[in-house]
Write a new protein. Structure first.
Length: 321
């Protein structure tokens, strides 16, 4: 028994040595590729994994003087305090409703745009449409919000147009009930073109012979979209849906903060802006409390990704794993 155990250990060590020898040989042969790979790897380690060390303060009563390791351990007390706070339901409901609204509004439109452009035969019109729909994506959030304030101002062009039809001026940016719609539909306008690129790439990989055979059989464009294009896009749609679930509660902190004002705060206060105010701008910053809320949001995102991936596997589609 001992001899067989020793022989197994020797074979395992020999395999590991052979693996590392092969790896070193491969690295020497293609060192340029490994140097290129090293750059994004360092970026991920430094800016994505190393900051996770700071998440410890979510379970501590953090004191900058004592440091992260020296601060007293309190466990899940900050998460419990967030659940029991009077702000919890308002902030969580705003984030959840805005996340669902944004997902339902922003997810289908890039697919529809890609399908429409795929059947446009005029190259000039297609390029013009792509340029017009892609351009807003490259405008900064600050400029986008500035445009919204100008266009939706009480004396702005929208209210001027409404006054021609005898409608009283509306304070769009001051109405809490309109905040979510303005936020979501402006996001659709800004990102619809850029988000459609990946779907156009997927459609370009569809075998033209499938469309030719469908045309010969007398299939209309709608039937070709239904039976050829959509099934071809489905794997891409599923993968993007799973990835987007991780950012389901991540609305875009800068835009929400810039659009906030005292009149719409009841509808515009989301987890990201609440964490910013509690952790950085309050008279007495609560670092641990803010970190605990951010970690709570991250845990929900992780659960949603795992759930969406399992759902994709159950319906027979390929997931991330």
């Amino acid at each position: 028994m001992k001899s067989s155990h020793h022989s197994n250990n020797r074979s395992e060590s020999a395999n590991s040595k052979g693996y590392f020898h092969t790896l070193l040989k491969d690295m020497k042969k293609g060192w340029q590729l490994y140097v290129i790979f090293l750059l994004p790897l360092l970026y991920i380690l430094i800016f994505k994994y190393y900051p996770m060390y700071g998440a410890i303060i979510a379970f501590k009563d953090y004191d900058p003087i004592l440091g992260i390791l020296g601060s007293p351990w309190v466990g899940l007390e900050h998460v419990k305090n967030f659940f029991e706070s009077f702000e919890f339901w308002r902030v969580f409901n705003n984030t959840l409703i805005l996340g669902i609204y944004q997902m339902l509004a922003t997810f289908p439109f890039p697919i529809l745009l890609a399908l429409s452009l795929n059947y446009v035969y005029s190259k000039r019109f297609k390029k013009f449409t792509q340029m017009v729909t892609y351009a807003p994506h490259f405008i900064s959030v600050v400029v986008i919000v500035g445009i919204l304030f100008m266009v939706l101002d009480i004396r702005g062009p929208i209210n001027s147009l409404l006054s021609l039809f005898g409608v009283d001026s509306i304070n769009f940016m001051g109405k809490a009930s309109l905040f979510k719609s303005i936020f979501v539909w402006s996001d659709v306008w800004q990102n619809i073109g850029f988000s459609s690129i990946i779907y156009l790439a997927a459609l370009s990989g569809v075998d033209p012979e499938l469309h030719e055979a469908a045309i010969v059989d007398g299939a209309t464009k709608l039937k070709r979209i239904k039976h050829i294009d959509i099934p071809s896009l489905l794997p891409t749609i599923i993968i993007l849906m799973i990835l987007n679930m991780g950012n389901f509660l991540d609305m875009g902190f800068e835009k929400a903060l810039l659009m906030q004002n005292p009149l719409n705060i009841s509808s515009s206060e989301i987890i990201d802006t609440y964490v910013y105010k509690v952790g950085l701008t309050s008279a007495l910053p609560q670092y641990s409390y803010a970190a605990a809320i951010g970690l709570f949001k991250g845990v929900i995102g992780f659960i949603l990704i795992v759930g969406a991936n399992k759902f994709a596997n159950k319906i027979g589609q390929e997931g991330l794993w």
